[in-house]
Write a protein that binds this ligand. Structure first.
Ligand code: HEM
Ligand code: HEM
Length: 178
């Protein structure tokens, strides 16, 4: 488990993990909506190869991020009240859960639809299910529910960061920045 220590800011590696995943997620969400809305064409297939590759990259980065978090010392929460602390901890846990559930459900959609996942046109990944229409439909519903939850929680997350920075004028945002 991560130790909560007397640190002024997040470690350099924690910051790098946070902003790399944030950047990839900000590309990945609009890319998913864009690719989905295209008519069947070579462009649509290319956009889905990008979407699936970036999504699998997010999975890899998040697994490394969680392994690092378990081993490292992290700063104490900044929130004033016990309820705020509990809400922030819960929101962060859900964000980690969604960052795992999204790529896994996406991988399941592709496997069940019998579309092999190829990382950046180069590395083929194994299927995690046989072809199965009902699994494909269920995984698609899970993927979309996770997308909607992620967007809602991110609005609150970014709003909370701005509230700390602009209204409360504390170091919450600064200590996550380089
Ligand atoms: C403009 C966008 C964003 C801002 C301003 C922001 C800001 C922050 C800040 C200030 C913290 C540190 C909170 C603390 O010190 O207690 C934090 C933590 C966190 N952020 Fe973000 N964030 C952004 C985007 C994202 C995105 C896109 C994700 C993932 C989907 C994300 C996931 C997390 C997680 C999981 C933590 C908790 C870290 C931990 O406890 O290990 N953030 N964020
Ligand atoms: C954090 C990672 C991911 C995010 C944020 C994300 C986000 C999205 C979004 C916003 C959409 C459009 C929503 C819609 O269908 O209406 C979408 C669709 C889709 N994504 Fe992802 N995705 C991620 C990872 C993946 C991965 C790794 C794969 C496959 C390996 C994948 C496969 C798909 C597929 C097949 C669709 C079309 C689903 C449908 O027919 O509605 N996604 N994704």
């Amino acid at each position: 488990m991560a130790k909560k220590g007397d640190l002024d800011e997040w470690s350099w590696l924690s910051k790098l993990f946070h902003w790399v995943t944030a950047g990839l997620i900000f590309i990945q969400i609009p890319l998913g909506f864009y690719a989905k809305d295209l008519k069947l064409s070579p462009l649509k297939i290319d956009m889905f190869i990008w979407h699936k590759s970036i999504g699998m990259l997010i999975l890899l980065v998040v697994i490394m991020r969680l392994l690092w978090r378990i081993r490292s010392t992290i700063p104490l929460p900044i929130a004033a009240t016990a309820i705020e602390k509990a809400l922030a901890t819960a929101a962060h846990a859900v964000l980690y859960g969604l960052m795992l559930a999204l790529p896994l459900s996406g991988w399941l959609i592709s496997s069940a639809a019998n579309f092999p996942v190829k990382l950046f046109w180069l590395i083929p990944l194994p299927a995690i299910s046989g072809p199965d229409e009902s699994v494909k439909l269920l995984a698609t519903e899970i993927h979309i529910a996770c997308v909607i939850s992620l967007i809602c929680i991110l609005i609150v997350h970014i709003g909370a960061a701005l509230r700390h920075h602009i209204l409360l004028k504390d170091d919450a945002l600064k200590r996550m920045w380089f």
